[in-house]
Design a protein around this ligand. Sequence first.
Ligand code: HEC
Ligand code: HEC
Ligand code: HEC
Ligand code: HEC
Length: 478
Amino acid sequence: MGGLPKKIYQINSLSSSDRSNRLLLDSGNLLFKKNSIDRRQNQEILTAETILDIYTDIGYDAVAIGPLDLAAGIDFVQKSYSHGFPWISSNITGPDGKPLFTQWITRTLGDIKVVITAVTAHPQKEYKNINIQPWQESLTKTLVTIKEKKENAFIILLSSLNNSENEQIAKRFPDINLLIGADPHRGNISPQLIGNTLLTQTAKQGKYQGLLEIIFGKQRIWGHDTTRQLADLQNKLGSVNWQLRRLKKQSKKNGNENKYTDTILRLEKEKEELNREIDTSKKLLTQEKKTGVKNDQYNYRFIGLKKNMPNDQPTAEKLILLNREIRELNKKNKQLENTSGNLSTLTQNMVGHSVCETCHETQAEFWKATRHASAYSTLNKKDKSLNLDCLPCHLTINPRKLDSQISPDPGYLSYPSALRSVGCESCHGPGREHSIAPETFTLSRNPEKALCLACHTPEHDDTFNYAPKLSSIACPSE
Ligand code: HEC
Ligand code: HEC
Ligand code: HEC
Ligand code: HEC
């Protein structure tokens, strides 16, 4: 959500030259992060409405409905659909078996007809008024209709199914020229040819944009400017290898091996990925040499969102407005008695740092100088201290119970001030009993890695490295 103004800026700047030859597509799971959303007084609904608004403004051609988009009920999706939001799905039907949404759309790029259709994966929750038809049946039917009406069209499928199902689809339906997936368990997938279907996806949550440039040939069969792409990839690999050698040398020389660990790890990962892409390219090249026809070609790039990318101003303003609405909503929620209902579960057996401090002065002094102690005031400074998307990791919680994907409880709004920081008990566990009888009830001394990772997720801290980070926050002995 926070990266959206940069993402929109990037989309606009990539395609400013000629929008008539551009398609903006999304394979779904746009609106929500969990399977079920309470429609009353909920910041997730406000957030989803803002996302719809932003996507409408930028002019998406088609957005597939993913299972998570259904989390607030089918009528929530239908409402935006009836206002013109470009939702498509070939396999969501009503109880009578009739499709509820546009099953496919057509666009003309140059003199090529492009058809875009979509399949929705089965949600984890059952919905009363809708059926999700199995893709085997719905795709067979949809493709027959498309082929009847649009000869020689370029067919794109947007899919929220998992990657292995997408591979099956590619094998079974060679009429699909391009399949864009949205498997949450996979990151970026460089285009790979399966039969005559090009399968690809970009990582979830908008960290990357996938840019695929297609040069249409005479027939709907893939060729590829593989020679060029292979040369590019090999150049990149060369430069990564050079950097790795240099860093390894330096870290040996300085005897300061930790300093570069993060960068080295990142580069090793990049190297692995490049080697994989080079393999794919080489295979393609051999294949092309065999067939050698004048076909459709493509180039692609995954473009990471850079921190220094400018914001799209209108989008940034919408997010400021959203944050204001969320604050007002949660101010009200905080006043409602029932929302604090879960507070006691959330803070169970925790006493707050001021109690620990009475016996562990040295450690408390040290902790106060770390950023963990000011994690809540950090949110305050950003005017986000009433935002449920931010609060859990910036409070004293039991990380073992935190599922960062599940958007949290309104109970966080009423947190007592002694627990408004990443306090002692975030790392050493709830300490009520220990504080009364320290010798009988001992606490764990050394927090394990998984505990840190509950908050230090790749999304919020992409350079987290346990050993060096642990030593920088480890409390001293007496
Ligand atoms: C009444 C005094 C008192 C309070 C209050 C107290 N502790 Fe302790 N704590 C002790 C004593 C005494 C020990 C040493 C116990 C032992 O070695 O058996 C100890 C040990 C520890 C240890 C080290 C465990 C180990 O295995 O070496 C940690 C960590 C700890 N306390 C954390 C906390 C936290 C967090 C709080 C607040 C929730 C807290 N303590 C509150 C007295 C206290
Ligand atoms: C409850 C969530 C949470 C847990 C658990 C947690 N952190 Fe953090 N950590 C944060 C937040 C939030 C910040 C940034 C706070 C800020 O800048 O306002 C942070 C900051 C840090 C920093 C920068 C500190 C500084 O003073 O420069 C380090 C290092 C760090 N954490 C290491 C760890 C390690 C190691 C663990 C596990 C032992 C851990 N954290 C567990 C949430 C957490
Ligand atoms: C899953 C846990 C998690 C959530 C949710 C989370 N944060 Fe953080 N946040 C962290 C961690 C961990 C750090 C420390 C990262 C580091 O040291 O680089 C951090 C650091 C920060 C910082 C200080 C470092 C910086 O980048 O300037 C700010 C500000 C911040 N978070 C704001 C937010 C806001 C606003 C939200 C809600 C939109 C949020 N956080 C949600 C875990 C989280
Ligand atoms: C981000 C995680 C984190 C937080 C927050 C944290 N600690 Fe620690 N604490 C550690 C680590 C790591 C060690 C070192 C364990 C080791 O080296 O064995 C440690 C060690 C300790 C020890 C044992 C010291 C000794 O060697 O005798 C005590 C007592 C302790 N912490 C108390 C506290 C208190 C009190 C607070 C809050 C004021 C607190 N800790 C906050 C991570 C944390």
